[in-house]
Design a protein around this ligand. Sequence first.
Ligand code: CA
Ligand code: CA
Ligand code: CA
Ligand code: CA
Length: 308
Amino acid sequence: MVKANLSNLEPHKASAGFTLVELMIGIFIAALVSTAILSVYEAAGRIMQDQRYVADMQQNLRGSIYVMEQDIKAVGFDPDAAGLFGVLNIQRWTITDEKTNPEVDGNGSPSLTLASDWNQNGVLDSGLTPPERVTYRLFDEGDDDILDLVRDRDDPSDPTVGGRELVAEGIEAIAFAYAIDNGSGVLAATANNNLIWAVDTDNDGLLDAHLDSNDDGAIDAADDQNGDWIIDGLDGGVLNPPVPMSEIRMVRIWLLARAKQISKKYVNTDRTVIGGRIFPLDKDANGFNDAYKRRVLVRTVDCKNLGI
Ligand SMILES: [Ca+2]
Ligand SMILES: [Ca+2]
Ligand SMILES: [Ca+2]
Ligand SMILES: [Ca+2]
């Protein structure tokens, strides 16, 4: 038995050096191949992860629009014609975190407060479900510098009254513009017959300018004709006299979503018009100049309970 084993080992001994070299070459090749495979996997993983971030963003945008659409379509439900319901506030407010209440702030972020008389008593009530008054605004949930869209119930200046619902995470900017009654039951239009999308540029609750300042039917960076990164009356689209919120008939919504994580080897040089502002707000930056992917969603919603 022993003898047989020894003789079996002989040929191996003779070629041991060759086997070692072979083994080393084999290990080297295997290492090369596995590195290549790993980098392919890593790239594939990165692409998949990026796709997941983009899909999440798009889901957040769609979900946000869906929720807002329900409230905007219903705004002004007022069977007693009490006149207390409709679009109640369109001011810019501070963006807050958990600990602070929002305050009216002309340099802040646009909000939209909507009211309907759900219990049909002709009075604007608090503490009901569904709430008779809701406000959409940006908020920094978790104080992590990633902005979120929330729906505040009841008092727009104090979300502790009726509570705050998180609608979507990662909404970096929001804007609204309004189609208005021209005073004779039809929507106001420009000289070129484009729909007027009105905004309140001085935060007094009256619509004083429209965003398509060059009247070409599109709202884009060309409407910032004086190059100050803001589209307002100085660019030509003044509404004089200013128009009260009671003339609002349609709402146009802009949402800018940002991916949850950066995408490796990606630089975002985009600029985008969100309502009356060009983002990023820093004019000198190379677009967003970071590695986050972004998506914009613009949607127009009819206020079915407000005339026309
Ligand atoms: Ca009521
Ligand atoms: Ca105004
Ligand atoms: Ca334009
Ligand atoms: Ca401007």
